[in-house]
Design a protein around this ligand. Structure first.
Ligand SMILES: [Zn+2]
Length: 278
């Protein structure tokens, strides 16, 4: 499932390749993908506009369009964006496409169809983004900010880090990787961390995301770059999907437990279990 790193990589590729391109037309082949407004209005609103900016909020990709409007893409489970030249064949599981005036197409494909596209007028955008928590790659994601997020929370770290309304963009892969790098057990209560542990966790979150982005994201399932390549981050993961294999730091076999219905990997030696009296 694409997380912040996979979405950010695509955002950077789009920025390098389609900035300033005009959208000649929009085709929606599976109308339920359009979350807002009605599918016909969606296509009519976007056609003719120029791609003026590429942004990201958590796992949401935002294309700023000329004339004051935003196209948002949430890939959810299995959505992918591809940039195709005029003579390249359509993607499998094609859901919608932007036809650029120069003949290229930006295609959205999604076999499971959980992803969503939307168009927002500029004044509608803030409400559309209102539920998103802190942005981990923003300059203001400091140890103090993370301390505020964790303060007074009796929840375990793993589900709290996955909560998009607290921190936007982390999913199962990068949460497990960050907790491992920080030496924190996934079941530690958020309100029991010391200042030093909070600083380590902030650093670990930023580090795992930057490593993921640098390698084009993590591909176990469908994630591909804008040009159809698999992400190369799997070989840089320390714990995710490495259960039974030795911890790269201490050699202890990586364990898998289920936390909040999510498979969770950790090293029982590097990430000691919380004291139950805490
Ligand atoms: Zn270890």
């Amino acid at each position: 499932m694409p997380e912040l790193a996979e979405v950010e990589y695509i955002a950077r590729q789009l920025r390098a390749n389609v900035m300033g391109a005009q959208i000649a037309g929009v085709d929606v082949f599976w109308p339920r993908v359009v979350a807002h407004p009605a599918p016909e209005t969606f296509a009519a609103e976007i056609a003719g506009r120029v791609i003026a900016g590429i942004n990201r909020r958590g796992k949401l990709l935002l294309l700023e369009l000329s004339g004051g409007g935003w196209l948002t893409v949430h890939r959810r489970m299995s959505g992918n964006l591809r940039l195709l030249k005029a003579d390249e064949p359509d993607e499998r599981y094609l859901i919608a496409q932007l036809r650029l005036a120069d003949g290229r197409r930006v295609q959205y494909s999604d076999p499971r169809k959980f992803g969503r596209l939307a168009f927002w007028r500029a004044e509608e955008l803030p409400a559309a983004l209102a539920g998103y928590g802190a942005e981990p790659l923003a300059e203001d994601f400091t140890a103090e900010k993370l301390a505020e997020i964790l303060h007074g929370r009796a929840r375990a770290l793993k589900p709290l880090l996955l909560d998009q309304s607290r921190i936007a963009g982390l999913g199962n892969i990068y949460t497990d990787e960050a907790l491992h790098r920080a030496g924190l057990h996934p079941l530690r209560r958020a309100d029991t961390l010391t200042s030093a542990e909070i600083a380590r966790l902030r650093e670990a979150i930023v580090t795992v995301l930057e490593i993921g982005i640098a390698h084009g994201g993590t591909t176990f399932g469908r994630h591909q770059t804008l040009f159809g390549e698999a992400g190369r981050n799997v070989q840089h993961l320390l714990v995710y999907r490495r259960e039974g294999q030795p911890c790269l730091t201490c050699g202890t076999p990586i364990q898998r437990i289920v936390v909040g219905q999510r498979g969770t990997r950790f090293c029982s030696r590097c990430q000691p279990a919380p004291d139950i009296t805490e």
